[in-house]
Design a protein around this ligand. Sequence first.
Ligand SMILES: *Cc1c(COP(=O)(O)O)cnc(C)c1O
Length: 375
Amino acid sequence: MSANREPGTTPRIGRAAYADVPLYDPKRVPTPTDLSDNTNLWGIPPVAERTLRELPWQRVTRYPSLYAAELKAALATVAGVTPDMVVTGCGSDDILDSAMRAIGDPGMLVAYSDPTFAMVPIFSRMNALRAVGVPELASGVPDVDALVASGADVLYLCAPNNPTGRLVPREALARLLRDFPGYVILDEAYIEFAGPDASHVPLLAAHERLLLVRTMSKAWGLAGMRVGYALAQPALAAEVEKSRGPYKVNGLAEAVALAAVTHDRDWVDAHVALAVENRRRLETVLREMGLSPVPSSANFTLVPVDQCVEVGAAMRARGVAVRPFPALPHLGDALRISVGPWEVVQQAIDALRAVLAARGPLQRTDTMPIPRATA
Ligand SMILES: *Cc1c(COP(=O)(O)O)cnc(C)c1O
């Protein structure tokens, strides 16, 4: 008898572990100016674009390479590791999913510093793992003691963190890697914006259970291509690759990503610098407006704003999408604003200013807490 069928009951459809897994839906609505997803608002790098246009049709009719060996070699060169320390995937979402499958036995516990990337509890549950959020300290630093004491088998951290933009202080990370015996997944989706000294690659040599997760969706401008990768010691990289399976990077994505990594690094560096400059400018303007943006090391700014869901909706009515994060630990309601060319950032500032002015003086309502968004 199938496990799905108890005598006298209607058989359920699908795995029990999936029953209450929600579909990821950040409630995006097409908006003329979209500053809600931290993608590269300057566009696609030039050689990647030409490669996309001129791709021979054979790349589409034939299978791509099994495990994207050429792309792995190119990414390894950029990261300063050997190719056997790289695993690619269909976006870094796929890497996170594969990693959890590779290292987590059903029922194991994944702990993450809260707030962070909304996909983590979802992928945990999709792989029959349990997930628990550990609120970060009021200082914005992950609560290392509580994470270590959580009894988790796997930790997930993100640096710079989405949605706060904060790095994990070196000392906290060192203590965590020393005291936590399990696997540590460290998501570096925004590492390019944090400066050359921020990379966690030097930690790999001493930590065989550390997985660094990266993406070509943000600084590299290729979110639609779905290319992510991870860096780890060869034994762990091989397990994640096995779990990922063959042909996960499609032929088009492989060619375009390889072109970008090989030829477009100057373009990416230049636009990362512009993003950082415009983020600083945005932070200054927000402070002049009497707001207190969280100091960011990424291509977005998180700024506490009361009733962020309503403010976000009103901004969208003015043609600008940003991402509301209601009821964050210590920060309360906040808006995450992606940074791009200054004209676009200026539109977000204008919309926010108009909405806040129309709302009048802040009314602090300490009534019912607004439910946490799932994203
Ligand atoms: C955007 C983002 C990703 C990227 O996901 P892809 O699947 O590579 O597009 C991964 N982690 C975090 C924290 C992100 O914000």
